[in-house]
Design a protein around this ligand. Sequence first.
Ligand code: SAM
Length: 233
Amino acid sequence: MGILFIVATPIGNLQDITLRAIEVLKREEYIACEDTRMAARLLRHIGIRGDKMLVSYFEHNEEKRIPNIINVLKNGKNVALISDAGTPGISDPGFRLIRAVLREGIRVEAIPGPSALTTALVASGLPTDKFLFLGFLPLKEGNRIRLLQNLKKGLKLIESTVIIYESPHKIVKNLKSIMDVFGDIEITVARELTKIYEEVRTENVSVFITKYSENKPKGELVVLFTIKDLNPS
Ligand code: SAM
């Protein structure tokens, strides 16, 4: 039986890849990836050319691809799983494959590395001892507000930093929902992490709503906040 390697790759800056990740990607013939063009770009950057079997694996073809990848593993070949950015499985396809592979009794090894989640958390200066990662907020406003209301109740019991993945198209709507539920709290927005225009700013939600309504933000974003009093008197 082969091994499924879950390989973390950069979230922007292509230099952010571990020696072990490079070794695995150089060595293994089969690479399951979201977008073959993005994968080829990364492989070129780390000096890998040509002869790899790039198998595209994304949300809408998972069901078809899982049995193929399991077959490759059962035939004794290793497979390296990468996503477009960061750690596969973190708000990225991968979880279902990893689960299915484990259920077949096949070995899985994670090669740790970058994730926007941990990078944003440490750069925010918010408490890191307890944090709650929500991934992307629900698209439907009703579901989003319900989730945030439940979150508010939970946060009163377990004070923790909240981390939410965002996109430039949806951030204004989502920030308005946060303001509806939590009021005009202070939040941190981490944008374009590890890239040239990286920006980590802390302001009240209303400030970001005004700013991003006037000019849609560029690049990828992470929103963080806590309702814990960080300056108790
Ligand atoms: N698997 C990835 C990880 O480990 O972070 C996450 C993939 S998820 C599809 C994409 C989201 O991650 C973006 O919408 C954004 O919230 C966050 N993200 C990824 N790269 C980022 C970056 N360079 N700066 C800020 N946020 C980023």
